[in-house]
Design a protein around this ligand. Structure first.
Ligand SMILES: Nc1nc2c(ncn2[C@@H]2O[C@H](COP(=O)(O)OP(=O)(O)OP(=O)(O)O)[C@@H](O)[C@H]2O)c(=O)[nH]1
Ligand SMILES: [Mg+2]
Length: 217
C-alpha cells in the first residue's frame, strides 16, 4: 500500500515564520494556477477533498501541509502551493506569491522534491521555466502532464516527448521524470505515486534494503 494513502491535513501556512520546525522531509506540488495540483494530491492520496480543488483559478493562496506516515509520528509532508500565472490576479496577490510560495520553493532546506503540474495542452511556459531555474539543478523534479484525458494518444505522446526534450536541455545533469497524468481519466497515478515515494526515500521494501555496513555512500 502506498504511504501516500495515509495523508491527512496538517496545517495551513500563510507566512514563512509559520513553517513547521520538525525538520521532516517535504515534497511540494507547484505549477500554474488551475494546472491541477490540488486535484492531483487528492487522487494520489485517494481522498476526495484533502486539498481544495476549484474551477476558480487562484483558489489555493497559502501553503497547505499534509502529513504522511503513522498517525502519531508523521514521517514527511506533502505541501500544496498556490498557483502562479493567473493573468487577472491583482498585483498584490502576485507579490504575495513571491513572498510566500516563491521564497518557500527557492529556500526551504527540508524540500526534497518538486512535483510540477503542467497542463498537457500548454506544455512548459516561461513561468514554469523560471520556477525550474529557481529551485536549482539538483532539486529532484517530477513533472505531471495533467489533464491528459483532454488529448488523444498521439498528442499525449507528443506532449511527453516535447517536455522531456526541453527538460534534458534545461537540466542536463539531473534525473527528470515526466508522467502523462490524468485525475479524471486515471492515468499515471501509480507511476506518480512510485516517483513520489522514491523522493521520500520510502520506496525500498525491507528485503531490498542494503545493510548499512555494505553501503558505498
Ligand atoms: N479534465 C480534467 N480536469 C481536471 C483534471 N485535474 C484537474 N482538473 C480540473 O482543473 C481545475 C483546476 O484544478 P485544481 O486541482 O483546483 O488546480 P490547482 O492547480 O490546484 O489550482 P490553484 O490552486 O488555483 O492554483 C478543476 O476544475 C479541476 O476539476 C484532470 O485530470 N482532467
Ligand atoms: Mg490548488
Amino acid at each position: 500500500m502506498s504511504i501516500l494513502l495515509s495523508a491527512r491535513f496538517h496545517t495551513t501556512v500563510a507566512k514563512l515564520q509559520q513553517l513547521p520546525r520538525t525538520g521532516l522531509t517535504e515534497i511540494a506540488f507547484a505549477g500554474r494556477s488551475n494546472s491541477g495540483k490540488s486535484t492531483a494530491i487528492n487522487v494520489l492520496c485517494q481522498r476526495r477533498r484533502l486539498a481544495f480543488s476549484s474551477r476558480t483559478p487562484g483558489r489555493t493562496q497559502a501553503l497547505n501541509y499534509f502529513a504522511i506516515g503513522p498517525a502519531d509520528e508523521p514521517s514527511a509532508y506533502l505541501v500544496d502551493t498556490p498557483g502562479y500565472g493567473y493573468a487577472v490576479a491583482p498585483l498584490s496577490v502576485r507579490s504575495e506569491w513571491d513572498a510566500l510560495a516563491g521564497r518557500y520553493l527557492g529556500k526551504r532546506a527540508e524540500l526534497r522534491g518538486l512535483v510540477l503540474a503542467i497542463d498537457c495542452r500548454r506544455l512548459l511556459t516561461d513561468l514554469d521555466r523560471r520556477l525550474i531555474g529557481w529551485v536549482g539543478p539538483t532539486m529532484p523534479l517530477v513533472i505531471l502532464l495533467t489533464k491528459s484525458d483532454k488529448l488523444g494518444l498521439t498528442q499525449r505522446r507528443e506532449a511527453q516527448r516535447n517536455v522531456e526534450t526541453e527538460l534534458a536541455q534545461l537540466r542536463p545533469e539531473s534525473n527528470n521524470m515526466v508522467i502523462t497524468f490524468s485525475a479524471t481519466g486515471r492515468m499515471g497515478i501509480e507511476q506518480a505515486r512510485t516517483a513520489i515515494e522514491a523522493l521520500l526515500g520510502s520506496e525500498q521494501s525491507p528485503d531490498e534494503t542494503t545493510a548499512p555496513e555494505s553501503r558505498s555512500d
